[in-house]
Write a protein of this length. Structure first.
Length: 250
């Protein structure tokens, strides 16, 4: 139901990729591990929702990568997914958010599909689990303000973005109404062939936190690209073919 009053980009597609924790399935001969990934596509310069999809991938337990940090979409599957999106929406720009670092196979797939077609793209690792905390002015109870951005002078493709904290309104900055220290997101631009900068990408991520259709809360930490990609991944094992819109389950 929410749309932005200012465009995110002139035209293009935002894609979110996230994973669930693996589940071990035992059989008489071996143990296999199934993990799921979710894909959320947000289309339109104002952030209009398009589609969600999810898949399960099975790995032998002894070949698995522990945790979700190393999970990735295989090259063949990634190519198929990107081709489907491009053929359906013909985007001039594709911006991909991922909950873990991009794997070599994912990078190869992106270059094969997007670079060869002359489509500008950016690959952004959105890390929600990080050790960083920030504090604001004493008048605001030492709380950071939602939208505060810390740029890394040494690593130009990296930034720390606060999506929670004191909120800004027409009446100025409002004190935070809940306890706790705001936890920022760490953004790392792993590959970028667009004209956008780290600051631009941070603005886009912040704007995408405002499009959460499930709440009117002003303090939404995760952009919808990541939040709902993770949710749809967790629902994959329970989704039936009769469900036409995954949002009905969220």
């Amino acid at each position: 139901p929410w749309l932005l009053d200012q465009q995110l980009i002139p035209a293009g597609v935002f894609i979110g990729i996230a994973f669930t924790k693996p589940k071990v399935v035992s059989s008489t001969k071996s143990k296999k591990e199934i993990f799921y990934y979710g894909i959320l596509t947000v289309y339109n310069k104002f952030g209009r929702y398009i589609d969600m999809s999810a898949r399960g991938i099975t790995l032998e337990v002894d070949k698995r990568l522990r945790g979700t940090k190393g999970l990735y979409i295989p090259k063949r599957v990634m190519i198929e997914m990107l081709k489907q999106i491009i053929s359906a929406y013909l985007p001039p720009v594709v911006i991909i958010h991922k909950s873990s670092r991009f794997h070599k196979e994912e990078l190869e797939a992106v270059r094969y599909v997007l670079k060869n077609k002359g489509i500008d793209y950016a690959l952004i690792h959105v890390e929600s689990s990080n050790p960083y905390r920030g504090y604001g002015e004493q008048a605001l109870d030492m709380t950071a303000v939602r939208g505060d951005l810390i740029l890394d002078k040494e690593i130009e493709n990296r930034a720390i973005l606060f999506t929670t904290g004191c909120t800004q309104s027409d009446h100025g900055v409002q004190k935070r109404g809940r306890p706790g220290t705001p936890r920022p997101l760490e953004l790392e631009i792993e590959e970028n062939v667009t004209p956008y900068t780290v600051r631009d990408f941070a603005k886009q991520v912040l704007a995408l936190t405002k499009l959460d259709w499930n709440t009117t809360d002003l303090e939404v930490r995760m952009p919808i690209t990541m939040k709902y990609a993770r949710k749809v991944a967790s629902l994959t094992a329970h989704i039936t073919s009769s469900i036409t819109d995954v949002r009905d389950l969220m």
